[in-house]
Design a protein around this ligand. Sequence first.
Ligand SMILES: [Zn+2]
Ligand SMILES: [Zn+2]
Length: 295
Amino acid sequence: MTDWVGRDEGPDGDRASVREAFSLLAHDIRLDIVLALLKNWAAVYTEPQSYSDLMDAVGMRDSGKFNYHLDKLRGVYVERVEDGYVPTASAVALYRTVLAYRPTEMATETGELDEPCPHCGGTLVEQYERSFFTLDCTDCDNWDLLTYVFPKNGLRNRAGQERYRAVEYRADYHTGLARTGQCPFCAGPVTFHFDPEDVEGTPPLVGITCDTCTWHVGVSLLTPLQFVPRVAAALVDLGIEPPVVEADNVVEMAAEIRSEEPFRVGLDITSEEGTATIVVDDDLDVHSVDVRTDG
Ligand SMILES: [Zn+2]
Ligand SMILES: [Zn+2]
């Protein structure tokens, strides 16, 4: 089985195979076949369509011509199974992505929000451009700043706090999954970047990039770690309920690179209740969690 969109082939090979895959759809009969398969798609419960049913669905009588186009789609958008044909995962992924980001006029009006900044009471401004949602506070534009790719579909029926929380949650849960070594979009391996200036900055930051599909985030070191149960338990001991984006009660966050070989970073989270120290390695695996509460 060839990985027709895999980056291992090198950029030129990638572009050629992606171009080939996209160009397959530039034909009415092939497009009708893919759409007929997607119409009955029901995840694992999808009933395969027989050769003749599929031919009927696209209104064709010429078996030779039909077969020619069906054959071109095989492996890329159409898979032959025991009882007929089903769409491939890439046909489904393409379909879902188009639904998520489909161009419509709805719900993209943005600007100043009625509710105040949860951190400083200042003015919140939201923007939606090129499928990226951005939230800025005009008064405290440092650590609560948010920019993340967000499907336009998710803006529908949401406004104000509910809307930006939805974007925050999506970004946070994606980084939680990435911490386990898996890209939230393509499931490929990810790389963690510990730039000393970022790690030891305020707030402490870590970069995570996907080696395959260009997904990239720069986030608070605590954001991906809050999904580790013992880190979450330590935060609760400090009176901070994960996800931390909701919490106003983090008094201070500071991190330092403690050693290079083996690589260790210590992160201190301080609230009114006390301090938690979380030690991680260069894969963001948690080595220890210590909580010191006052009193
Ligand atoms: Zn603010
Ligand atoms: Zn990826």
